[in-house]
Design a protein around this ligand. Structure first.
Ligand SMILES: NC(=O)c1ccc[n+]([C@@H]2O[C@H](COP(=O)([O-])OP(=O)(O)OC[C@H]3O[C@@H](n4cnc5c(N)ncnc54)[C@H](O)[C@@H]3O)[C@@H](O)[C@H]2O)c1
Ligand SMILES: [Zn+2]
Length: 364
């Protein structure tokens, strides 16, 4: 088992990564939270069917009292109504300030359950047990929780850091191939922005990674978690450093918004976004051509991706209105070499336009 500490000044916490860890989650939780009055597992029916038993047994053997609150984990359910429904269940179960929420699921469950925990009785602890690759390397770490509004994605939420994150790569065995590959693009992102060795590994071990070989998964998840933990610890509230995690996301978010969040999985949109970012980087002189081509090749090797049909003017408009733009000026994270990026606010619209136009003709 690997232990990565997210070194926040106020409340550091551990991310544990190991095969079979779900079965000892109860023991781990009781070490971190002394005698919680109740553990409320928040999960979806689908995830519960595969992994609920293992978690419940581990809580039983650690003599922890628990109840289960189910929610539907479609993105359409990432709304206030789900948060209210969960909190009413917490109240009906008799949860109090010394109870703990255990989020067992992908990013949707983690974000909604985390948000409910952040406001129920003005805040109770949450433990994240992510079950998708995306949630394991990204969503479960860093304390961002929240829901969508009709007006936009993730517009409401709170920072609520977990007390513990338990990552068991074995749970990925039931994940669909498409969801799994979408998560791999976020791992490639971590390599590009901060870990050249991880990038090399993704480049050379494609076969074993796609076969979901347990030791290989442990290797890539641990490295990606370290990147995220490190960045979050240095920049808890999303100042400038944390923006490097948005490599590929300026265009990725625009593609998702333009297609009503239905056409792409998040990781797929980020993959296209990274392909655009390296083209922009090359035309702006920030990314050496060789580096750009190498990044593109590795991304493409983990395809296929849902094709892009968006028009470039729509993309340009959407990136200006992105939540992460400052005063309507989009920022781009551009690779300067593998393992290092810089944030640029003055990319020429023509560079963006021609990079997006290239995408439309590409199908991976
Ligand atoms: N808080 C953050 O920092 C952060 C970061 C990135 C993404 N997010 C959010 O995460 C969400 C996306 O999360 P996601 O990609 O994990 O998708 P998800 O939670 O929507 O799950 C995807 C699908 O996989 C299923 N599933 C989950 N685990 C499974 C397993 N082990 N076996 C079989 N099926 C399984 C789910 O039931 C669901 O149908 C978005 O809402 C996004 O905004 C948050
Ligand atoms: Zn992302």
């Amino acid at each position: 088992m690997k232990k990565i500490t997210v070194k926040l000044k106020s409340a550091p916490y551990d991310v544990l990564v190991g095969s079979g860890l779900l079965r000892s989650a109860g023991k781990r939780i009781s070490r971190v939270l002394k005698k919680p009055s109740l553990c409320v597992i928040v999960t979806s029916p689908r995830i519960r069917k595969f992994w609920g038993d293992a978690l419940e047994k581990s809580l039983e053997s650690a003599r922890l009292r628990f109840q289960v609150a189910e929610m539907d984990d479609g993105e359409a359910q990432k709304i206030f109504a789900s948060v209210e429904m969960l909190m009413r269940e917490f109240a009906a179960m008799g949860a109090d300030r010394s109870s703990v929420v255990i989020a067992l699921g992908g990013g949707v469950v983690g974000d909604v359950a985390g948000f409910a925990a952040s406001i129920f009785m003005r805040g109770i602890p949450v433990v994240q047990i992510p079950t998708t690759l995306l949630a394991q390397v990204d969503a479960a770490i860093g304390g961002k929780t929240g829901v969508n509004l009709v007006e936009g994605k993730n517009l409401v939420g709170a920072f609520h850091q977990p007390k513990l994150v338990v990552i068991d790569p074995d749970v990925l065995s039931t994940l669909s191939d498409r969801e799994f590959r979408a998560g791999l693009f976020e791992v490639i992102k971590c390599g590009v922005i901060r870990d050249a060795k991880l990038f090399d590994f993704m480049e050379h071990e494609r076969e074993r990674i796609l076969q979901r070989d347990p030791a290989t998964l442990l290797r890539i998840i641990t490295s990606a978690v370290k990147v995220k933990a490190d960045v979050v610890a240095q920049d808890e509230r999303e100042g400038d450093l944390r923006r490097i995690l948005n490599f590929g996301h300026t265009i990725g978010h625009a593609l998702e918004a333009d297609t009503g969040y239905k056409h792409f999985l998040h990781g797929e949109a980020v993959a296209w976004g990274m392909l655009v970012a390296v083209e922009i980087g090359a035309s702006e002189g920030a990314t050496p051509r060789k580096v750009a081509d190498r990044i593109s090749r590795v991304i493409e090797s983990y395809g296929p991706l849902a094709p892009v049909s968006s028009e470039s003017p729509d993309i340009l408009r959407l990136i200006k209105s992105d939540k992460k733009s400052k005063n309507g000026v989009p920022h781009f994270v551009l690779a300067t070499r593998i393992g290092s990026v810089k944030i640029v606010n003055d990319v020429k619209p023509a560079s963006v336009k021609s990079a997006v136009a290239k995408l439309r003709s590409a199908t991976l």
